[in-house]
Design a protein around this ligand. Structure first.
Ligand SMILES: [Zn+2]
Length: 233
């Protein structure tokens, strides 16, 4: 019997293309009380109806106490991997090229696989199919399949939308979303405010992208995106 696979899914700009890329596996969504949960539910429902996605929603864990002001929940992927390991042997958790989050990078996933295999008493693999692709390249792959732009725009990936159905335009996830879409010619994504006008673009990202804090490919995509809106990088 082949190992059972499951995709950690949030109807985001990474996990929705991943569902296609991986051949439409069973999907698992964790409602851990994240502040942008209701927007994620909306995106999940829209895409589930349109694509007949086999999806389980889990509410077995509440991490609201540990959500930081910037929306990051430390160790989130470690909790997810543990809970998903009850359900499957191969756990797809979508990281992309250049991700350096402590619990979402190739080394961390290799360590988690070893750790979980030891304690579960069977082979567990946690991995991402996109370690060699940037978000921009993932969007390009998706479009190259002839899949609809409309559904990319139906995805949700924002850490701080408030009660609005629209992306905030002022968080790291929005900035990355905008870059990957605009670099693929998609300029009509809705944001509450323009991501390129977010304070941190000037006060943090431009400097960090120039001084090597970020990998070259990420800086290049950032500068390319800014040039499309006339921001001098
Ligand atoms: Zn946002």
């Amino acid at each position: 019997m082949s190992a059972k696979e499951i995709l950690l899914y949030s109807a985001g700009l990474d996990s929705f293309p991943a569902w296609h890329y991986l051949g439409k596996p069973e999907a698992l969504f964790f409602d851990i009380g994240q502040r942008y949960c209701s927007q994620e539910y909306r995106a999940i429902e829209t895409l589930r109806r349109r694509w007949d996605i086999t999806l389980t929603t889990s509410r077995e864990l509440n991490l609201t106490a540990w959500e930081r002001p910037d929306g990051i929940i430390p160790l989130r992927n470690l909790y997810f991997a543990m809970l998903a390991s009850h359900r499957a042997d191969v756990i797809w958790c979508i990281g992309v090229k250049g991700d350096h989050t402590a619990d979402k990078n190739p080394e961390a996933f290799a360590q988690m696989s070893t750790f979980l295999s030891t304690y579960a008493g069977r082979e567990i693999r946690i991995d991402s199919p996109f370690w060699d692709m940037t978000k921009t390249e993932i969007v390009r792959w998706y479009l190259d399949q002839g899949l609809p732009v409309e559904d990319l725009l139906n995805t949700f990936s924002c850490l701080n939308p408030g009660t609005s159905p629209f992306h905030c335009g002022r968080c790291s996830a929005c900035l990355r979303r905008w870059i990957s879409l605009v670099n693929n010619g998609i300029t009509d994504a809705k944001f509450q405010t323009n991501p390129w006008e977010w304070d941190e673009v000037q006060s943090y990202y431009l400097t960090a992208m120039h001084d090597g804090t970020y990998p070259d490919h990420r800086a290049e995509e950032f500068f390319t995106a800014l040039s499309t809106v006339g921001v001098d990088a």
